[in-house]
Design a protein around this ligand. Structure first.
Ligand SMILES: [Zn+2]
Length: 351
């Protein structure tokens, strides 16, 4: 299967009078120095399939009733996350034992949606604590269908949820050993994605850390399954948005993958004008709209998408682990590389 690339597009249109665009891109690629290879592998390897399945069989169980925004199942989900972070000694973004950003019911105007919560766990950077990398996944799902079936949402987005939990744990282990991130990392579990990305909309309107200091958002929405296109090559993940605001982010992501994982990064849904419009369909979009470079990680739709049959037994745990490790390593690079990630607007190498 041919992998489409949006890169060829900007190579073609980007020619400049002073220096060829291809040369500028090459300079960006050459400027990226991977950091801490040994440490990245060591702590990425603390992420295990056993923990994924343990968490996911709870998170996508009957008990959580499909996690509909504002409903009792969603409240169980946020309590579950809070308890996890407390037990793991991972701090809240508020510096106390409140992990919730409460969204009042008013915000969901003209609906019968009740108040809801984003969950924010935080690891403060050791050298540049004001610079924030946000790793996000939505915590809500569709709830119970009219016919009484629970929409378990194991992939959507239980997979992203447990990925955040495991990454936060791995970064915390590193920190205990003296290898904490230089920049800060916010693990942001967003509510109300399924009703229009409202949790991320609320966050960008009420950011806990200034958006101008938020250097990137890596958003995960469904990374535990395989779509029909990739039945015969499961070693893939769709990346959407990575080159839109920061070519440097795009090439960091590629370089990290090439160095450690060799996953097929499939960009077909990143093509401008692509009919599914995934770039605007999950929470990262609210960050991108604010000029923050994003990567959206996604396995594509499958036969159980938005159905009660999206259950934890169908998750490909080895794949979920490998994809999470890629996101972990990319986050580590962004948090620890010498210079701060730049947007194309501010990139001297593109001038
Ligand atoms: Zn989703």
């Amino acid at each position: 299967m041919k992998i489409f690339s949006s890169l060829s597009l900007f190579v073609l249109i980007g020619t400049c009078a002073t220096q060829k665009y291809t040369t500028k891109i090459k300079n960006i690629k050459d400027s990226i120095q991977l950091v801490d290879s040994t440490l990245i592998i060591k702590y990425a390897n603390t992420i295990t399939t056993d923990e994924f399945s343990k968490h996911l069989y709870t998170y996508a169980s009957d008990d959580f009733e499909g996690r509909k925004t504002g409903e009792p199942g969603q409240k169980k989900a946020v309590e579950f996350l809070k308890t996890y972070y407390i037990n793991e000694n991972i701090e809240s973004a508020y510096g106390d034992d409140n992990y919730f950003q409460t969204i009042p019911a008013d915000f969901f105007s003209n609906t019968n949606i009740k108040s809801s919560e984003n969950v924010l766990a935080f690891i403060e950077g050791s050298e540049k604590p004001d610079e924030i990398i946000i790793v996000s996944a939505h915590l809500d799902h569709l709830g119970i269908s009219d016919d009484g079936h629970i929409n378990y949402g194991a992939d959507d987005d239980g997979s992203g949820t447990v990925a955040l939990m495991e990454m936060a744990q791995a970064f915390t282990m590193a920190k205990k050993d003296g290898y904490g991130p230089k920049r800060s990392i916010l693990f942001l579990h967003l509510t109300a994605e399924e009703i229009g990305k409202r949790g991320s909309e609320y966050y960008v309107q009420n950011p806990v850390f200034p958006l101008e200091n938020t250097i990137a958002n890596l958003n995960i929405d469904m990374i535990g399954r395989v779509d029909d296109i990739h039945k015969n090559n499961k070693n893939y993940i769709y990346l959407i948005g990575s080159d839109r605001l920061s070519k440097e982010l795009h090439y960091i992501s590629e370089k990290v993958n090439n160095a450690y994982f060799n996953i097929d990064l499939d960009y077909r849904y990143n093509v401008e004008g692509e009919k599914n419009r995934y770039y605007s369909r999950s929470d990262h979009y609210n960050f991108a709209k604010n000029g923050i470079p994003v990567i959206f990680y996604f396995n594509g739709e499958h036969n159980d998408y938005h159905l009660p049959t999206d259950t934890p037994d169908k998750i490909e745990y080895e794949l979920l682990k490998k994809r999470t490790k890629l996101i972990f390593a990319t986050t580590w690079q962004l948090a620890n590389q010498e210079h701060t990630l730049v947007t194309d607007e501010n990139n001297e190498l593109l001038k």
